[in-house]
Design a binder for this molecule. Structure first.
Ligand SMILES: C[S@@+](CC[C@H](N)C(=O)[O-])C[C@H]1O[C@@H](n2cnc3c(N)ncnc32)[C@H](O)[C@@H]1O
Length: 385
Protein backbone atom coordinates (compact mmCIF):
# COMPACT_ATOMS: atom_id res chain seq x y z
CA UNK A 1 0.00 0.00 0.00
CA UNK A 2 1.31 3.43 -0.95
CA UNK A 3 0.94 6.26 1.56
CA UNK A 4 -2.13 8.45 0.89
CA UNK A 5 -1.74 11.77 -0.93
CA UNK A 6 -2.09 15.05 0.91
CA UNK A 7 -4.88 17.37 -0.26
CA UNK A 8 -2.36 19.46 -2.21
CA UNK A 9 -0.88 16.39 -3.84
CA UNK A 10 -4.34 15.12 -4.75
CA UNK A 11 -5.23 18.46 -6.36
CA UNK A 12 -1.96 18.45 -8.27
CA UNK A 13 -2.48 14.86 -9.37
CA UNK A 14 -6.08 15.56 -10.48
CA UNK A 15 -5.00 18.59 -12.52
CA UNK A 16 -2.26 16.68 -14.35
CA UNK A 17 -4.44 13.60 -14.85
CA UNK A 18 -7.06 15.91 -16.43
CA UNK A 19 -4.47 17.32 -18.80
CA UNK A 20 -3.29 13.83 -19.79
CA UNK A 21 -6.89 12.65 -20.24
CA UNK A 22 -7.47 15.54 -22.64
CA UNK A 23 -4.32 14.52 -24.55
CA UNK A 24 -5.55 10.90 -24.77
CA UNK A 25 -8.89 12.09 -26.17
CA UNK A 26 -7.21 14.50 -28.58
CA UNK A 27 -5.04 11.62 -29.84
CA UNK A 28 -8.15 9.55 -30.66
CA UNK A 29 -8.38 7.55 -27.41
CA UNK A 30 -4.88 6.12 -27.04
CA UNK A 31 -1.57 7.73 -26.08
CA UNK A 32 1.82 6.03 -26.25
CA UNK A 33 3.49 5.38 -22.92
CA UNK A 34 6.35 7.65 -24.00
CA UNK A 35 3.95 10.61 -24.32
CA UNK A 36 2.28 9.68 -21.03
CA UNK A 37 5.65 9.56 -19.23
CA UNK A 38 6.73 12.81 -20.87
CA UNK A 39 3.62 14.58 -19.58
CA UNK A 40 3.73 12.89 -16.16
CA UNK A 41 7.32 14.06 -15.61
CA UNK A 42 7.68 17.24 -17.66
CA UNK A 43 4.28 18.89 -18.44
CA UNK A 44 4.98 22.59 -17.78
CA UNK A 45 4.06 23.54 -14.20
CA UNK A 46 2.51 20.14 -13.42
CA UNK A 47 4.90 17.32 -14.38
CA UNK A 48 6.81 15.60 -11.58
CA UNK A 49 10.08 17.33 -12.46
CA UNK A 50 8.49 20.61 -13.54
CA UNK A 51 6.42 21.29 -10.42
CA UNK A 52 7.41 22.22 -6.92
CA UNK A 53 7.41 19.15 -4.71
CA UNK A 54 10.35 17.93 -2.65
CA UNK A 55 11.57 15.05 -4.76
CA UNK A 56 15.14 14.22 -3.94
CA UNK A 57 16.75 13.44 -0.62
CA UNK A 58 15.67 11.65 2.56
CA UNK A 59 12.46 13.74 2.91
CA UNK A 60 11.54 13.23 -0.77
CA UNK A 61 10.72 10.28 -2.99
CA UNK A 62 14.16 8.81 -3.61
CA UNK A 63 17.83 9.34 -2.79
CA UNK A 64 20.54 9.39 -5.44
CA UNK A 65 24.20 8.54 -4.85
CA UNK A 66 25.48 12.15 -4.62
CA UNK A 67 22.57 12.94 -2.28
CA UNK A 68 23.38 9.97 -0.12
CA UNK A 69 27.01 10.85 0.45
CA UNK A 70 29.62 13.42 -0.51
CA UNK A 71 31.98 10.45 -0.91
CA UNK A 72 30.46 9.89 -4.36
CA UNK A 73 31.40 13.36 -5.62
CA UNK A 74 34.76 13.35 -3.84
CA UNK A 75 35.72 10.17 -5.72
CA UNK A 76 34.30 11.48 -8.99
CA UNK A 77 36.38 14.64 -8.45
CA UNK A 78 39.54 12.51 -8.72
CA UNK A 79 38.49 11.27 -12.12
CA UNK A 80 37.52 14.79 -13.22
CA UNK A 81 40.79 16.22 -11.92
CA UNK A 82 42.79 13.85 -14.12
CA UNK A 83 40.81 14.89 -17.20
CA UNK A 84 41.06 18.60 -16.40
CA UNK A 85 44.83 18.32 -15.84
CA UNK A 86 45.36 16.44 -19.09
CA UNK A 87 42.94 18.25 -21.35
CA UNK A 88 41.78 21.41 -19.58
CA UNK A 89 38.25 22.67 -20.18
CA UNK A 90 35.19 23.17 -18.02
CA UNK A 91 32.52 21.01 -16.39
CA UNK A 92 28.95 20.71 -17.67
CA UNK A 93 26.44 18.85 -15.51
CA UNK A 94 23.12 17.72 -16.93
CA UNK A 95 20.08 17.40 -14.65
CA UNK A 96 21.81 18.54 -11.47
CA UNK A 97 18.92 17.73 -9.09
CA UNK A 98 19.38 19.65 -5.85
CA UNK A 99 22.88 20.83 -6.85
CA UNK A 100 24.53 18.71 -4.18
CA UNK A 101 26.94 16.98 -6.56
CA UNK A 102 28.00 20.32 -8.07
CA UNK A 103 28.68 21.77 -4.60
CA UNK A 104 30.70 18.76 -3.42
CA UNK A 105 32.60 18.49 -6.70
CA UNK A 106 33.58 22.16 -6.69
CA UNK A 107 34.85 21.91 -3.09
CA UNK A 108 36.88 18.81 -3.86
CA UNK A 109 38.28 20.10 -7.15
CA UNK A 110 39.47 23.18 -5.26
CA UNK A 111 41.25 20.96 -2.71
CA UNK A 112 42.83 19.05 -5.60
CA UNK A 113 43.98 22.34 -7.14
CA UNK A 114 42.10 21.94 -10.44
CA UNK A 115 39.06 24.18 -10.22
CA UNK A 116 37.53 24.74 -13.65
CA UNK A 117 36.78 28.33 -14.52
CA UNK A 118 33.15 27.48 -15.22
CA UNK A 119 30.75 24.83 -13.93
CA UNK A 120 27.73 24.89 -16.21
CA UNK A 121 24.40 23.24 -15.42
CA UNK A 122 21.73 22.32 -17.93
CA UNK A 123 18.50 21.54 -16.07
CA UNK A 124 15.07 21.06 -17.60
CA UNK A 125 13.19 21.60 -14.33
CA UNK A 126 12.76 25.28 -13.40
CA UNK A 127 11.92 24.28 -9.84
CA UNK A 128 15.10 22.20 -9.43
CA UNK A 129 17.19 24.92 -11.09
CA UNK A 130 15.87 27.28 -8.39
CA UNK A 131 16.88 24.83 -5.65
CA UNK A 132 20.32 24.52 -7.27
CA UNK A 133 20.70 28.32 -7.27
CA UNK A 134 19.94 28.44 -3.56
CA UNK A 135 22.31 25.67 -2.58
CA UNK A 136 25.16 26.75 -4.84
CA UNK A 137 24.63 30.44 -4.00
CA UNK A 138 25.58 29.57 -0.41
CA UNK A 139 29.06 28.38 -1.47
CA UNK A 140 31.99 30.78 -0.97
CA UNK A 141 31.89 33.36 -3.79
CA UNK A 142 35.10 32.00 -5.37
CA UNK A 143 33.17 28.74 -6.05
CA UNK A 144 29.62 30.06 -6.48
CA UNK A 145 30.86 32.59 -9.05
CA UNK A 146 31.92 29.78 -11.38
CA UNK A 147 28.46 28.24 -11.70
CA UNK A 148 26.22 29.17 -14.58
CA UNK A 149 22.92 27.78 -15.89
CA UNK A 150 22.40 27.09 -19.57
CA UNK A 151 19.06 26.73 -21.31
CA UNK A 152 20.43 24.58 -24.10
CA UNK A 153 23.54 22.61 -24.93
CA UNK A 154 26.46 24.82 -26.03
CA UNK A 155 27.53 24.49 -29.67
CA UNK A 156 30.94 23.29 -28.60
CA UNK A 157 32.23 22.27 -25.22
CA UNK A 158 35.65 21.05 -24.04
CA UNK A 159 36.08 19.29 -20.72
CA UNK A 160 33.76 17.01 -18.77
CA UNK A 161 30.05 16.38 -19.24
CA UNK A 162 28.42 14.65 -16.26
CA UNK A 163 24.98 13.09 -15.92
CA UNK A 164 23.92 11.13 -12.86
CA UNK A 165 20.52 9.45 -13.15
CA UNK A 166 19.42 11.55 -16.11
CA UNK A 167 19.22 8.91 -18.87
CA UNK A 168 16.74 6.88 -16.78
CA UNK A 169 14.46 9.92 -16.61
CA UNK A 170 14.15 10.21 -20.42
CA UNK A 171 10.66 9.09 -21.48
CA UNK A 172 10.77 5.64 -23.06
CA UNK A 173 8.53 3.46 -25.22
CA UNK A 174 7.00 0.29 -23.79
CA UNK A 175 6.31 -2.71 -25.96
CA UNK A 176 4.68 -6.09 -25.96
CA UNK A 177 5.79 -9.01 -28.07
CA UNK A 178 2.66 -10.59 -29.56
CA UNK A 179 2.16 -13.06 -32.40
CA UNK A 180 5.78 -12.72 -33.51
CA UNK A 181 5.46 -8.94 -33.89
CA UNK A 182 5.80 -5.90 -31.70
CA UNK A 183 2.90 -3.90 -30.28
CA UNK A 184 3.22 -0.66 -28.41
CA UNK A 185 1.90 -0.16 -24.89
CA UNK A 186 0.13 3.03 -23.98
CA UNK A 187 -2.91 4.36 -22.19
CA UNK A 188 -6.57 4.71 -22.96
CA UNK A 189 -9.42 5.78 -20.65
CA UNK A 190 -11.91 3.66 -18.73
CA UNK A 191 -15.57 4.66 -18.36
CA UNK A 192 -14.72 6.61 -15.18
CA UNK A 193 -11.82 8.37 -16.93
CA UNK A 194 -9.24 6.14 -15.24
CA UNK A 195 -6.05 5.25 -17.12
CA UNK A 196 -6.04 1.78 -18.63
CA UNK A 197 -2.98 0.19 -20.14
CA UNK A 198 -3.71 -0.87 -23.73
CA UNK A 199 -1.58 -2.02 -26.62
CA UNK A 200 -1.81 -0.73 -30.18
CA UNK A 201 0.08 -1.38 -33.43
CA UNK A 202 3.67 -0.13 -33.12
CA UNK A 203 4.60 2.86 -35.27
CA UNK A 204 7.41 2.71 -37.84
CA UNK A 205 10.10 3.97 -35.44
CA UNK A 206 9.36 1.39 -32.73
CA UNK A 207 8.92 -1.40 -35.29
CA UNK A 208 12.34 -0.65 -36.78
CA UNK A 209 14.05 -0.36 -33.38
CA UNK A 210 12.47 -3.61 -32.21
CA UNK A 211 13.54 -5.44 -35.38
CA UNK A 212 17.09 -4.20 -34.87
CA UNK A 213 17.01 -5.24 -31.21
CA UNK A 214 15.87 -8.76 -32.07
CA UNK A 215 18.56 -8.97 -34.76
CA UNK A 216 21.23 -7.89 -32.28
CA UNK A 217 19.98 -10.32 -29.63
CA UNK A 218 19.99 -13.06 -32.24
CA UNK A 219 16.73 -14.51 -30.94
CA UNK A 220 13.05 -13.54 -30.81
CA UNK A 221 11.58 -12.36 -27.51
CA UNK A 222 9.02 -14.72 -25.92
CA UNK A 223 5.32 -14.29 -26.60
CA UNK A 224 3.77 -11.83 -24.12
CA UNK A 225 7.16 -10.32 -23.24
CA UNK A 226 6.94 -6.68 -22.10
CA UNK A 227 9.77 -4.25 -21.76
CA UNK A 228 10.92 -0.72 -22.51
CA UNK A 229 12.94 0.65 -25.36
CA UNK A 230 14.28 4.19 -25.30
CA UNK A 231 14.13 5.89 -28.67
CA UNK A 232 15.38 9.09 -27.02
CA UNK A 233 18.57 7.98 -25.38
CA UNK A 234 20.47 7.52 -28.67
CA UNK A 235 19.66 11.00 -30.04
CA UNK A 236 20.38 12.46 -26.58
CA UNK A 237 23.84 10.87 -26.49
CA UNK A 238 24.44 11.93 -30.11
CA UNK A 239 23.56 15.54 -29.21
CA UNK A 240 26.07 15.43 -26.35
CA UNK A 241 28.69 13.90 -28.65
CA UNK A 242 28.04 16.65 -31.20
CA UNK A 243 28.89 19.39 -28.76
CA UNK A 244 31.79 17.63 -26.99
CA UNK A 245 35.20 18.63 -28.34
CA UNK A 246 38.19 17.29 -26.41
CA UNK A 247 37.08 15.70 -23.17
CA UNK A 248 34.84 13.08 -21.61
CA UNK A 249 31.22 12.30 -21.03
CA UNK A 250 30.65 10.37 -17.79
CA UNK A 251 27.23 8.76 -17.44
CA UNK A 252 26.09 7.20 -14.18
CA UNK A 253 22.83 5.29 -13.97
CA UNK A 254 21.19 2.03 -13.09
CA UNK A 255 21.32 -0.06 -16.14
CA UNK A 256 22.28 -3.23 -17.91
CA UNK A 257 23.89 -4.47 -21.07
CA UNK A 258 21.38 -5.28 -23.82
CA UNK A 259 21.64 -9.02 -23.28
CA UNK A 260 20.75 -8.68 -19.60
CA UNK A 261 18.16 -5.95 -20.12
CA UNK A 262 16.24 -8.10 -22.59
CA UNK A 263 16.90 -11.42 -20.89
CA UNK A 264 14.03 -13.81 -21.75
CA UNK A 265 13.19 -14.15 -18.07
CA UNK A 266 12.89 -10.37 -17.48
CA UNK A 267 9.35 -10.56 -18.81
CA UNK A 268 8.06 -7.27 -17.39
CA UNK A 269 10.88 -4.85 -18.08
CA UNK A 270 12.52 -2.47 -15.65
CA UNK A 271 10.05 0.38 -15.23
CA UNK A 272 9.89 1.65 -11.64
CA UNK A 273 8.03 4.43 -9.85
CA UNK A 274 9.22 6.14 -6.69
CA UNK A 275 6.96 7.75 -4.15
CA UNK A 276 8.15 8.69 -0.65
CA UNK A 277 11.04 6.21 -0.65
CA UNK A 278 8.81 3.36 -1.88
CA UNK A 279 9.40 1.72 -5.22
CA UNK A 280 6.51 0.16 -7.13
CA UNK A 281 5.55 -0.47 -10.75
CA UNK A 282 2.27 1.35 -11.42
CA UNK A 283 2.93 4.52 -13.43
CA UNK A 284 -0.78 5.30 -13.72
CA UNK A 285 -1.29 6.26 -10.05
CA UNK A 286 -0.08 9.42 -8.33
CA UNK A 287 0.63 11.08 -11.68
CA UNK A 288 2.75 14.18 -11.23
CA UNK A 289 3.72 13.38 -7.65
CA UNK A 290 5.77 10.23 -8.21
CA UNK A 291 8.89 9.60 -10.24
CA UNK A 292 8.83 7.19 -13.19
CA UNK A 293 12.07 5.68 -14.46
CA UNK A 294 13.33 2.86 -16.62
CA UNK A 295 16.76 1.29 -16.44
CA UNK A 296 19.29 2.28 -19.08
CA UNK A 297 20.30 -0.05 -21.91
CA UNK A 298 24.02 0.76 -21.88
CA UNK A 299 24.60 -1.15 -25.11
CA UNK A 300 22.26 1.31 -26.87
CA UNK A 301 24.12 4.22 -25.26
CA UNK A 302 27.51 2.86 -26.35
CA UNK A 303 26.36 2.24 -29.93
CA UNK A 304 24.97 5.77 -30.22
CA UNK A 305 28.15 7.28 -28.77
CA UNK A 306 30.49 5.34 -31.02
CA UNK A 307 28.35 6.11 -34.08
CA UNK A 308 28.66 9.79 -33.13
CA UNK A 309 32.46 9.54 -33.05
CA UNK A 310 33.17 9.10 -29.32
CA UNK A 311 35.47 6.48 -27.91
CA UNK A 312 34.09 3.98 -25.42
CA UNK A 313 36.80 4.48 -22.80
CA UNK A 314 35.31 2.71 -19.80
CA UNK A 315 32.35 0.79 -18.46
CA UNK A 316 32.23 -0.49 -14.89
CA UNK A 317 29.97 -0.85 -11.89
CA UNK A 318 29.63 2.10 -9.55
CA UNK A 319 31.40 0.01 -6.87
CA UNK A 320 34.44 -0.63 -9.09
CA UNK A 321 34.56 3.04 -10.10
CA UNK A 322 34.39 4.33 -6.52
CA UNK A 323 36.97 1.82 -5.28
CA UNK A 324 39.31 2.79 -8.13
CA UNK A 325 38.91 6.48 -7.32
CA UNK A 326 39.75 6.08 -3.65
CA UNK A 327 36.57 5.66 -1.62
CA UNK A 328 38.35 3.49 0.95
CA UNK A 329 41.15 6.06 1.35
CA UNK A 330 38.58 8.85 1.89
CA UNK A 331 36.94 6.79 4.65
CA UNK A 332 40.30 5.89 6.22
CA UNK A 333 41.46 9.49 6.40
CA UNK A 334 38.26 10.64 8.18
CA UNK A 335 38.73 12.74 11.28
CA UNK A 336 38.03 10.53 14.31
CA UNK A 337 36.19 7.27 14.97
CA UNK A 338 32.65 8.66 14.82
CA UNK A 339 33.17 10.34 11.45
CA UNK A 340 34.95 7.24 10.12
CA UNK A 341 32.03 5.02 11.16
CA UNK A 342 29.55 7.41 9.51
CA UNK A 343 31.50 7.51 6.25
CA UNK A 344 32.01 3.79 6.32
CA UNK A 345 28.23 3.28 6.48
CA UNK A 346 27.74 5.65 3.55
CA UNK A 347 30.47 3.92 1.55
CA UNK A 348 28.79 0.57 2.11
CA UNK A 349 25.52 1.86 0.66
CA UNK A 350 27.37 3.18 -2.38
CA UNK A 351 29.41 0.05 -3.10
CA UNK A 352 27.71 -3.03 -1.69
CA UNK A 353 26.21 -5.20 -4.46
CA UNK A 354 22.80 -5.42 -2.78
CA UNK A 355 22.68 -1.62 -2.41
CA UNK A 356 23.88 0.69 -5.22
CA UNK A 357 27.21 -0.95 -6.05
CA UNK A 358 26.25 -3.34 -8.86
CA UNK A 359 23.00 -2.08 -10.34
CA UNK A 360 24.53 1.33 -10.99
CA UNK A 361 27.07 1.56 -13.78
CA UNK A 362 29.45 4.22 -15.03
CA UNK A 363 30.24 4.73 -18.70
CA UNK A 364 33.07 6.98 -19.94
CA UNK A 365 32.82 8.25 -23.52
CA UNK A 366 35.73 10.36 -24.64
CA UNK A 367 37.17 12.36 -27.51
CA UNK A 368 40.83 13.22 -27.99
CA UNK A 369 42.11 11.98 -24.61
CA UNK A 370 45.42 10.10 -24.47
CA UNK A 371 44.32 7.87 -21.58
CA UNK A 372 40.95 6.74 -20.21
CA UNK A 373 39.62 8.73 -17.23
CA UNK A 374 40.58 7.44 -13.79
CA UNK A 375 38.03 5.02 -12.31
CA UNK A 376 38.18 2.07 -14.68
CA UNK A 377 41.41 0.37 -13.59
CA UNK A 378 39.72 -2.29 -11.45
CA UNK A 379 37.05 -3.47 -13.88
CA UNK A 380 36.45 -3.38 -17.61
CA UNK A 381 32.96 -4.49 -18.65
CA UNK A 382 33.16 -3.07 -22.19
CA UNK A 383 33.33 -6.48 -23.83
CA UNK A 384 29.94 -7.39 -22.31
CA UNK A 385 28.13 -4.57 -24.13
C1 LIG B 1 16.64 11.46 -11.10
S1 LIG B 1 17.00 13.16 -11.15
C2 LIG B 1 18.75 13.13 -10.80
C3 LIG B 1 19.26 14.42 -10.20
C4 LIG B 1 20.74 14.49 -9.86
N1 LIG B 1 21.57 14.28 -11.02
C5 LIG B 1 21.11 13.53 -8.78
O1 LIG B 1 21.80 12.57 -9.05
O2 LIG B 1 20.70 13.75 -7.62
C6 LIG B 1 16.92 13.53 -12.88
C7 LIG B 1 17.31 14.94 -13.22
O3 LIG B 1 17.46 15.08 -14.64
C8 LIG B 1 16.76 16.24 -15.06
N2 LIG B 1 16.52 16.04 -16.51
C9 LIG B 1 15.66 15.20 -17.10
N3 LIG B 1 15.80 15.24 -18.45
C10 LIG B 1 16.81 16.09 -18.71
C11 LIG B 1 17.45 16.54 -19.90
N4 LIG B 1 17.05 16.11 -21.11
N5 LIG B 1 18.47 17.43 -19.79
C12 LIG B 1 18.86 17.87 -18.58
N6 LIG B 1 18.29 17.48 -17.42
C13 LIG B 1 17.28 16.61 -17.48
C14 LIG B 1 15.60 16.32 -14.10
O4 LIG B 1 14.97 17.55 -14.07
C15 LIG B 1 16.33 15.99 -12.78
O5 LIG B 1 17.06 17.09 -12.29
Amino acid sequence: MLPPLSEDEQRHCDALAGLIRAAVQAAGGWLSFERFMDMALYAPGLGYYSAGARKLGPGGDFVTAPQMSALFSRCLARSCAGILRAAGGQVLELGAGTGRMAADLLRELELLGVLPERYAILEVSAELAQRQRQLLGALPPRLAGRVEWLDRLPQTFAGIVLANEVADALPCRRFLSAGGAVRELGVSLGTGGEFLERDAPADAALTAAYAQLVAELGTALPEGYRSELSLRVGPWVASLADCLGRGALLLFDYGLTQRHYYHPQRTHGTLRCHFRQRAHDDPYVNVGVQDITAWVDFTRVAHAAVAAGLELAGFATQAAFLLATGIEERVAEADGEVERARLSGEARRLIMPEEMGEAFKVMALTRGLDAPPEGFALQDLRDRL
